[in-house]
Write a protein that binds this ligand. Structure first.
Ligand SMILES: [Zn+2]
Length: 372
């Protein structure tokens, strides 16, 4: 089982553990009259001034209170979230499934009251739920970025394999793979915006690529993911295999030092600065793993899996943008260059990337699905 799969299973178990049957709720009526027994305030004498009447508490919370005097219980509702409360009970039920501890609602004889602390706790819980709902994303856009282009050819591998001349140019390979991934994603997700930073032999600067990503209009609950496709090169002709990169958060502040810039290449260094605010590291790791799994399934028999890598990368400033970079293989390795020149291999490679992205989209949206 992959770490991702374990993570999913864990999340599902957690949901089950929190689940409570709606039948556990007190039945609520609309009775206006009836005298519940007075319940003294539990929080000490000073707290008398630190409490609010029911109407004031509901107004403060911008919530609607339905209270049934007969059962001495009720519900506070705000934006579809509900807290079930009972007079004198220090336990409330949030959205039918999560218990909350708070100062018990009390009645000193003049009507239902809530302590300031309990109102604050309720405010916090409502806000948290609303925030979680807002962060329930759908992947509305996928931006595929073929590396290099135009005057910037990227890495070039020239070999003679079995008497046959092979020339692999990174910008062409990146575009070829990107177009395949783009077409497959468009067919699978016709309702989403599938975008390319370039569709021909042009050279958008890295800043322009970042801008394209950031310029995509998104609603609050929509996300864009960014997949940059490159090929590798090494002075070591034996180096081969595929990699997927994401940014290690530890590295954020040290990314753009001179040595790093030299290591990753001048073409990449400017983009490093642009993504310091990237907050989607977790999602980027998951996206990277999904693509890695897809690639392993597609070409793992021929090309070594060099793994998911962090640290020296990269990308896009949008805080809601999981982003990764795929290094499809080494153009400097004769065998790999030969593979990267064959239709069947390119098809399986691009399918691997596509499958990884599609799996990530499913996972991302399933995770954000509303609780039952
Ligand atoms: Zn590159």
């Amino acid at each position: 089982m992959s770490p991702v799969a374990r993570f999913r299973a864990g999340a599902a178990l957690l949901c089950l553990a929190l689940g409570l049957p709606p039948g556990a709720l007190p039945r609520l009526g609309a009775a206006e009259s009836g005298k519940p027994a007075a319940v003294a305030q539990p929080s000490g004498a000073a707290a008398a001034t630190q409490s609010l009447g029911a109407a004031a508490a509901a107004a403060r919370l911008k919530a609607r209170l339905s209270w049934d005097p007969l059962t001495a219980s009720g519900v506070l509702e705000r934006n579809g979230f509900r807290v079930s409360l009972a007079l004198g009970s220090a336990t409330a039920l949030f959205d039918y499934r999560e218990t909350l501890s708070l100062d018990p609602p009390f009645d000193p004889g003049s009507g239902l009251r809530f302590t300031e602390a309990s109102v604050a706790a309720l405010e916090q819980r409502f806000s948290k739920a609303e925030e979680a709902r807002r962060s329930r994303f759908s992947v509305a856009a996928i931006l595929i970025d073929p590396g290099h282009g135009g005057k910037d050819s990227g890495a070039v591998g020239e070999h003679s394999v079995g008497g046959k001349k092979i020339r692999v140019v990174e910008k062409e390979l990146a575009l070829d793979l990107s177009l395949r991934v783009y077409k497959a994603l468009k067919a699978r997700f016709p309702e989403r915006r599938i975008l390319l930073t370039r569709s021909g032999d042009s050279y958008p600067t890295l800043e322009e690529r970042v801008e394209m990503a950031n310029d995509v209009d998104l609603a609050d609950n929509e996300a864009i993911i960014y997949v940059s496709i490159h090929a590798n090169a090494s002075f070591n002709k034996n180096a081969r295999g595929f990699e997927v990169w994401y940014l290690n958060p530890e590295y954020r502040r040290t990314l753009v030092d001179k040595d790093t810039a030299k290591d990753v290449g001048a073409d990449i260094a400017p983009i490093l600065n642009a993504m310091l605010e990237e907050e989607f590291t977790t999602e980027s790791i998951l996206l990277a793993r999904e693509i890695m799994d897809g690639l392993a399934a597609g070409i793992g028999a021929e090309s070594p899996n060099r793994g998911v890598r962090a640290e020296e990368w990269f990308v896009v400033r949008n805080a809601r943008m999981p982003s990764v970079l795929v290094e499809a293989g080494f153009v400097t390795n004769p065998e790999e260059a030969a593979l990267l020149s064959t239709e069947d291999y390119l098809r399986r490679l691009s399918e691997g990337i596509y499958n990884g992205v599609a799996d990530f989209v499913s996972y991302f949206e399933m995770k954000g699905a509303p609780a039952p």
